[in-house]
Design a protein. Structure first.
Lengths: 336, 336
DNA sequence: GTGAAAGCGCTAACAC
DNA sequence: GTGTTAGCGCTTTCAC
């Protein structure tokens, strides 16, 4: 149960622990070949493993990146995290993944955990447009490298990476129109998520472009979850709103909406089309009947890491705000 | 950028750092009310946050649990992890999540990371039945609390939690038979995953029960991924094997198989039914056309944590092997 | 009730 | 090339 330390190795070999430390470090100059050999051998034999906590304490940096994601129901954020981890591995960084569960107080406590562990940087997909603005700013002022991704936040002097909500949404809604749907309802996101406004703007612009009147009653604010989508869809059907397509804010909403349609035996997409912005390749694969535009997950991870490493290298470097084009791939397996 | 330490607080207040430490600890007896008040106040004001690395080094335990999962494509393991985290939160444990990517060498290096961080316990869903057996045993011998979940391993003196593969598979295959499918093909898992054998056994037993001849050519070994499922399905169709239903080992296989059927314009489930064991509620929701049995995700997380905490409390306690009944819920939205 | 001192495991001057 | 020493930030005896 007890772990082997450099002191143990030093004792066995009858040398000092600094020599052991030197021999074990990557750039072990100033140590004889012979000593290195002996030390490495003994370490191996005794099952020595460097205590990262001690190293980090001594070096005053944790070699750790904290990530906050809003939900764990879709696999989008896990895939993102996995990609980030893969990219960061060679740099020797490890990851602490935390969940805000769409709650900004939880998000705050996650940041406190990061603080306790003296993380070298933070990646965050924010659950609320402004609730934690001041909080974020505290970290930014303390020069803790931070990058927002996917769900970014406006009015903040901080790097960010998001996909092009406006053009993706535009593309998607226009696709519905080309397919012949003209009475398109929009299940909008909550107003505390930044992306909501962009997509709504796209929705209105598409209508205008195609000479369709904008009807405010066709924009229904809803939450982000499956149950939000289901509730909204039930309300829509019950109220007899005249529409034949629904453009959802989230994948989960879309799934909820779809479930309701199925329960009520309404065919998709013949009677009613459902469309959403989707997180992952897999998601678009498993959503027959739901038309979706893919988010560029891998590129998002790459860009996010790039910006983070830049900040870590030079905390004073100017922020960069990247907007990625979506993969304009429409998938809907029942449509072909 | 620099962090406030107890020494800073002590200096400001003109008292010793041991007093500060005592005042800040939960059970601060032997410190005057007055001092506590002053210290807490100043700490707050200065933005003090305890350095967990230092605490852990001093206390010789990391208050950290390591988790290894084999894949991040489905959301099953992320949901599992999220649940575990929620349960472990009140105990003050934090989680390091690592990915083996179905590769046992990566899995090994994940364990080494855990070792470096002196984790208090390990939760693992193994990617290989036996490749790392000796490796696991090393940890077990060193009394590092460990619990296997979902993909467990036989012949190991270690606690584990898995769902009842045999009965779930039996139930699922029998369901296909009741639906009228009798020429059922089995896309088996790889032989290095333990669950494979159990499900195969169930498959054979169901056939026997219903007086259907077991035909070895209907059992096709395949990998675990989507592409494995797709490849297998293509081979099946090309070789003209006579079957009208497929029982898949994984959700991903099933998705791959389904994709192929769709590409070839073969209706599901009219011409050919696909069934699989599924990880999550969401998955069964989004897999129309695929019949699935749910795994009891939340109970699995609860049981796993329970066994782990038991081991942490008493490393010498006997191991426990829990087999959870699956949620015998058949979902297939196009079938109703 | 408080302070002084030792030490968790490691690295990095600084001597020699 | 190697040993000695100090210290990262914290907790915990042990005095007083």
């Amino acid at each position: 149960m007890r772990y082997v330390t450099i002191k143990d190795i030093a004792n066995v070999l009858g040398i000092s622990k600094s020599t052991v430390s030197r021999a074990l470090s990557a750039d072990s100059w100033n140590v004889s070949e012979e000593t290195i050999r002996k030390v490495v051998e003994t370490a191996e034999k005794m099952g020595y493993r460097k205590n990262e906590m001690a190293v980090n304490l001594r070096n005053r940096r944790a070699k750790t990146i904290g990530i906050v994601v809003p939900e764990a129901v879709t696999s989008f954020y896990l895939q993102f995290t996995a990609t980030v981890q893969r990219i960061l591995q060679p740099y020797g960084y490890r990851i602490i993944l935390t969940l805000s569960d769409e709650d900004f107080l939880t998000e705050r406590s996650n940041f406190e955990i990061f603080d306790s562990y003296r993380v070298d940087g933070i990646l965050i997909s924010s659950c609320h447009h402004r609730a934690n603005l001041e909080f974020y700013n505290g970290f930014i002022r303390r020069c803790i490298p931070m990058v927002f991704f996917d769900r970014t936040v406006a009015d903040l002097e901080c790097s960010s990476v998001r996909s092009d909500d406006y053009h993706s949404a535009f593309f998607l809604v226009e696709h519905l129109i080309y397919k012949g749907y003209r009475r398109i309802l929009h299940l909008a996101g909550p107003d505390y998520i930044r992306n909501t406004a962009e997509r709504l703007r796209a929705y209105r612009d598409v209508l205008k472009k195609h000479g369709i009147d904008y009807r405010p009653e066709l924009v229904i604010p809803a939450g982000v979850d499956e149950k939000d989508g289901a509730e909204a869809m039930n309300r829509i059907l019950d109220s007899g709103v005249d529409c034949n397509a629904v453009f959802c804010f989230t994948e989960l909403q879309a799934l909820g909406a779809k479930k309701v349609l199925q329960e009520r035996n309404i065919a998709i997409p013949a009677d009613m089309a459902i469309a959403c912005m989707s997180g992952t390749k897999l998601a678009t694969l498993v959503h027959p009947g739901i038309t979706a535009v893919e988010q560029p997950l891998d590129r998002m991870a790459e860009e996010t890491v790039r910006l983070l490493l830049a900040k870590i290298e030079n905390p004073m470097a100017p922020s960069e705000n990247v907007v990625l084009p979506a993969n304009m791939v429409i998938r809907s397996s029942t449509e072909k």
